[in-house]
Design a protein around this ligand. Sequence first.
Ligand SMILES: N[C@@H](CCC(=O)N[C@@H](CS)C(=O)NCC(=O)O)C(=O)O
Length: 213
Amino acid sequence: MKLYGFPLSPFVRKVAVALAEKGLEFEWEPSNPGAPTEEFLKVSPFSKIPGFADGDYALADSTAIAVYLDAKYPDVPLIPAAPEARGRAVWFDEVVDTVLIPAAAPIVVHRFLRPKIFGQPGDEEAAKAGEEAALKSLNYLEGQLGNDGWLDGEFSLGDIALASSIKTLTYAGWSIDRAAHGKLCAWYDRVSARAAWQAIAEKEAAMFAAMNG
Ligand SMILES: N[C@@H](CCC(=O)N[C@@H](CS)C(=O)NCC(=O)O)C(=O)O
């Protein structure tokens, strides 16, 4: 199996962690959607990351890939079978992908990508507006969490999507406000302690070191 895309992307990390949770080996190519190779465009026709290939089979959307992986390699399920839990796992994944990530994106753009990667000034006002905009979904997610465990019953795709998006924000120096979002903070610590999460964090760090070296 092969995963294409920079590990900074929360969507790419979501797939990497899902693969690791399932104990699946994969090759990870840090493809750049701005400078796509022919091979990458074959799996990701719109040049979005992640791209993914399992033999001759290719997909390019983190949720579609997770759905495929769960059906094809069901030993460690990440999308629960019970209808209610199944619906909520996909709901949390969607809240993260379509509400939290777009709202919080300016934090990463203006405090990490522009100043640290592209050598351009970041717009601090835009970053602050991103922090403010992200509160709506963070407050909602805080309200969904208990004092232990996961977003909904078993550890699922929703947990992976949310933790992956938070990790991307940490590159910009952002962290969960423990006073305002204590449950979210403790939950993120629990996700970060998982063996699969740590294995991907190590791979990610090695990829960043190689790119910067
Ligand atoms: N819905 C897609 C979103 C993928 C996406 O937007 N990826 C961004 C990087 S975080 C990307 O490829 N951007 C490059 C572009 O849009 O040209 C998924 O879940 O995989």
